[in-house]
Design a binder for this molecule. Structure first.
Ligand code: ADP
Length: 432
């Protein structure tokens, strides 16, 4: 084993945290939970400093790695004279590397994998993992196939995981020829695939305008919005709403005349992505995940608003969009229901890893849920400040009193308050 391998502190992830981390890895995403748990048991966490080699030249790889955080520059794998270079840096949590060297019967070795910044990985012993998979019959065999046979394409697929939203220099002027209201001006945001991004800011600063531009509900006066590199909104062209983006609103949008089951399975069945049986089975699984087993036959009117919100989020997931856009979805829920619903969203996010853009005026909620909180300026809206929420997942309500949480909250309060005062002075009387 590489003697430069262990450096810095070695924090211990719980098994649950490791499962969440492993699920980010696309080849394990569909793996049975038991196998994930067993993989988590045999995995161990490693931290590296900038410049450390995870594999050094000549090392024979006997394990593979799942990136938790950090950046590894172009891990390379050599087989006899033939050289493979995994063409992409490893920097998306869940990216896998080192496994090509585990392909049986092919004497590959990893020749380098250098950390470009402080990096954390989960390491899994290749032989143990193979033994584990063999206990799972066909499913385990398929996982191994996936792991070993499609490495380059697979690696790229993780790196290019869909749901990348790129907003470049967006401007929105309402009523440009009358009493012009400049809602957004030169507003740029990048949201990474699988990221949970929250947007906060004073009332009227342009949050919903931004969300509507991404959803394709309204035009921009300048700038462009891209989804996975393709434009979805640009001036002078009809915006492109589509099933790849689903919006969950505060007021809910379940069909009141249809049962929960019908509400949930309608999308995937109509899109011919799932049979009614498969869609129902998946819906039941997700409902159980958020404590709503057995409500399939009820109508929305029989549910509380907190339950409806959870059902709507599940419906959004079943439609398998690239991005879920939530505009103050929990506004108006009482405090207890709100926490339950936030936790449901967190659990579903951990399982699905969809890109989420979440608008809220509640700063605690933003920090509790998101990977990154973007604070917008008073109108015209731009991104004033980014707050990185490096708090571990899965999260629970104990976080609310953690010192790191409180520090982030103070930072957010200060940033938003400053903008709220500007908005107030400018005449937008309603504060966030
Ligand atoms: P937020 O979601 O941050 O509260 P909005 O995006 O809803 O802010 O609105 C930004 C600004 O644009 C506000 O001043 C609002 O009054 C104005 N605005 C929003 N929609 C329209 C519209 N359809 N016509 C004119 N002004 C609008």
């Amino acid at each position: 084993m590489n003697n430069r391998m262990i450096s810095g502190f070695e924090p211990q992830f719980s098994v649950e945290e490791k499962i969440v981390a492993l699920r980010r890895c696309s080849f394990l995403k569909e793996a049975p939970l038991k196998l994930l748990a067993a993989s988590a048991e045999i995995s161990f966490e490693r931290s590296f400093e900038r410049g450390d080699f995870i594999y050094a030249k000549g090392d024979r790889a006997d394990r593979f790695y799942v990136l938790l955080d950090g950046k590894v520059g172009h891990p390379e794998v050599q087989a006899a004279e033939e050289q493979f270079s995994i063409a992409t840096e490893v920097q998306v949590p869940g990216q896998l590397f080192g496994y090509a060297a585990l392909v049986q019967g092919m004497p590959k070795r990893v020749i380098s994998a250098r950390c470009e910044r402080a990096t954390k990985v989960l390491a899994i012993d290749g032989t143990k993992f193979q033994l584990l998979c063999r206990q799972y019959g066909r499913e385990g065999y398929q996982l191994l196939q996936h792991l070993t046979s499609t490495f380059a394409a697979h690696e790229l697929a993780v790196a290019n995981r869909c749901g990348w939203v790129s907003i470049r220099n967006a401007q929105k002027v309402y009523d440009p020829f009358g009493r012009a209201v400049v809602a957004l001006d030169d507003c740029s945001v990048e949201i990474r695939p699988g990221e949970f991004c929250a947007i906060v800011g004073p009332s009227g600063c342009g949050k919903s305008t931004l969300l509507n531009a991404i959803a394709g509900f309204d035009t921009l006066t300048d700038g462009i919005v891209y989804l996975d590199g393709n434009w979805i909104n640009r001036p002078g062209r009809t915006p492109k709403p589509g099933p790849d983006r689903i919006v969950v609103f505060q007021n809910g949008a379940l069909f009141p005349w249809a049962t929960i089951k019908e509400n949930l399975i309608r999308g995937p069945v109509a899109q011919h992505r799932m049979s009614p049986q498969a869609a129902l089975a998946r819906a039941r699984e997700l409902l159980a995940q958020v404590g709503l087993s057995g409500i399939e036959g009820l109508y929305p009117g029989a549910l509380s608003s907190g339950m409806c919100r959870r059902v709507e989020i599940i419906r959004a997931l079943l439609n398998d969009p690239r991005v879920i856009l939530l505009d103050e979805p929990f506004r108006g829920l009482d405090a207890l229901t709100r926490t339950v619903t936030q936790n449901a969203l967190l659990e579903l996010f951990d399982l699905s890893l969809k890109t989420i853009l979440f608008i809220t005026h509640d700063l605690e909620e933003a920090i509790y849920l998101a990977d990154r909180v973007l604070v917008m300026t008073a109108r015209p809206g731009q991104i004033k400040q980014t707050i990185f929420v490096n708090l571990p997942r899965p999260r629970n309500t104990a976080l609310f009193s953690a010192p790191e949480f409180l520090t982030l909250k103070d930072e957010a309060i200060e940033a938003v308050h400053e903008e709220a005062i500007k908005a107030f002075a400018a005449g937008d009387r309603e504060l966030a």
